[in-house]
Design a protein around this ligand. Structure first.
Ligand SMILES: NC(=O)c1ccc[n+]([C@@H]2O[C@H](COP(=O)([O-])OP(=O)(O)OC[C@H]3O[C@@H](n4cnc5c(N)ncnc54)[C@H](OP(=O)(O)O)[C@@H]3O)[C@@H](O)[C@H]2O)c1
Length: 458
């Protein structure tokens, strides 16, 4: 047992967060900063302990030095030092969980209602062995809803994979102990889609084919696959971006008003919405950037796509005839992400010169902002209007008030809520859509790095 660290922590814990994959890129860049913020802002029950799990022979101090030297974590290491213990565990070796078991016993002795979160920031092959070994070592018990496991995306590499993992988990755990992570749902502007759509007459009245002409969801990245070639060459853009993040965004854009804001009702509305989505192969394409096959870890004849331009119809009365475009790719001209809702011309627009289509833009990156573009008189010219922008930029006005996605996800898990986590049924319907795309392949192109999508202001 890591006694040296136990002495440091001193107090008993009401909240224990155990990070598998603690030496990985995701933990260093996203999870530790999110936890540091939560501790700093005291958005947690008293006495939180972070157990960082890895296979390397580190003491807790070695691990903290490793975190600093990685230069990926830019936060306050001394704050983490007060709460963190490194524990050596090999996911596959049941005997190595003994250390973890002893630590838990020590940290929770005589304490009731300890909230325990196991966060699996590891590849999906490890999901089942870790769950099995946590159970075998009495670290998690089916039905104890105060102990949960979060599974990082991807939740399996194929639908069959995901189904197999899910069947196993739902047999071994209560379904409310299983949290499937899609960090897009933790982004404030994605959460805002529900608020915007359903709390505003102005927006909800427009939300049909009577007024909307088209909707675009654009996530454009300047970077390539960086040093994650082996991972990316297995998943490609469809699994990495579309199956999870973009179809979730689409579901939020087209779902009916949920009965309530409970995770169950929101999930029901999303599932119903996704079942109406029909992919249009003739107006879609996939692509790969020139030079991708020369990237480290990528096979030299890889057909994996790094770009997707996908068109969908929504088969119901409300959206008949409105195309929904999902566009995402790597090595493009700009890094930006936004949702653009373009409205049809107003009945009297022919009376004016210089009108432009009204647009509602929900920007996710580089800023978090909402803007509404309308026509109005600006310089007194007869019959001539120009574009007026009603703009609210959250990150410009309150930079520190906009939470990082992973921080929102941890807060949701600490509080036992599930709205920011997709249900298995949502994941399963999304896979059906990905299967439609794989069955009916669209046109395939090789594109030049730096390819310009145009962007919302061009
Ligand atoms: N990085 C991102 O931005 C990102 C974003 C979204 C989702 N994800 C997903 O999150 C997962 C982790 O990503 P990552 O980028 O952090 O990967 P990574 O840098 O390759 O790290 C993998 C982690 O898994 C641990 N691990 C591997 N085998 C293990 C075993 N047998 N026992 C215990 N630990 C083991 C490694 O520990 P050792 O040090 O002992 O090898 C390391 O900490 C992947 O599935 C990835 O697709 C990543």
């Amino acid at each position: 047992m890591n006694l040296e660290a136990m002495r440091f922590i001193k107090k008993m814990s009401k909240l224990i967060i155990t990070l598998f994959g603690a030496t990985g890129d995701l933990t260093l860049r996203k999870l530790l900063p999110a936890l540091e913020n939560i501790i700093k802002n005291e958005k947690h029950p008293e006495n939180v302990t972070i157990l960082a799990i890895g296979r390397r022979k580190f003491t807790s101090e070695d691990y903290l030095n490793f975190v600093v030297e990685s230069k990926l974590f830019k936060g306050d290491i001394n704050l983490l030092r007060k709460h963190l213990i490194y524990v050596e565990v090999d996911a596959y070796q049941s005997a190595t969980y003994e250390n973890l078991h002893l630590l838990y016993k020590g940290l929770t002795k005589n304490i009731a209602d300890v909230r325990t979160i196991f966060y699996l920031a590891v590849s999906p092959e490890l999901f089942m062995p870790i769950t099995e070994n946590l159970k075998a070592n009495k670290l998690i018990k089916k039905g104890d809803l105060n102990t949960i496991i979060a599974f990082e995306k991807p939740f399996g590499h194929t639908f069959e994979d995901a189904l197999y993992i899910n069947e196993y988990l739902e047999k071994e755990l209560h379904r409310n102990q299983i949290y499937r992570v899609d960090h897009y749902l933790g982004k404030e502007m994605i959460q805002n889609i529900i608020d915007l759509r359903f709390s505003n007459t102005l927006v909800s009245a427009l939300w049909s084919n009577k007024y909307i002409s088209e909707v675009k969801v654009i996530v454009s990245e300047k970077d390539g696959i960086l040093n994650r070639g082996a991972y990316y060459d297995e998943v490609g853009v469809l699994n990495d971006m579309v199956q999870s993040h973009l179809l979730q965004v689409l579901a939020l854009l087209i779902m009916d008003i949920p009965k309530s804001l409970s995770s169950k009702d929101i999930s029901k509305a999303k599932i119903k919405a996704l079942k109406k989505v029909k992919y249009d192969a003739s107006n879609s394409l996939l692509g790969q950037y020139d030079g991708y096959r020369q990237e480290k870890g990528v096979s030299e004849d890889s057909l994996i796509s790094t770009l997707a331009f996908l068109t969908f119809a929504v088969e119901d009365k409300r959206f008949a005839g409105v195309p929904f475009y999902l566009f995402t790719g790597k090595k493009l001209a700009k890094k930006e992400a936004y949702i653009e809702v373009i409205l049809k011309d107003a009945p009297g627009s022919h009376l004016f010169k210089n009108t432009s289509a009204n647009r509602l833009i929900i920007e996710l990156a580089p800023e978090s902002r909402i803007s509404l573009e309308i026509n109005g008189r600006t310089d007194g010219n007869n019959n001539e209007v120009s574009k007026l922008v009603l703009d609210h930029c959250f990150t410009c006005l309150f930079p520190s008030a906009v939470k990082e996605a992973y921080e929102a996800l941890f807060i949701e898990m600490i509080n036992g809520h599930r709205t920011l986590f997709p249900s298995w049924e949502e994941i399963s319907v999304s896979w059906d859509i990905i299967c439609q795309i794989r069955d009916e392949k669209p046109r395939y192109i090789i594109y030049e790095p730096g390819f310009n999508l145009g962007g919302k202001n061009e």
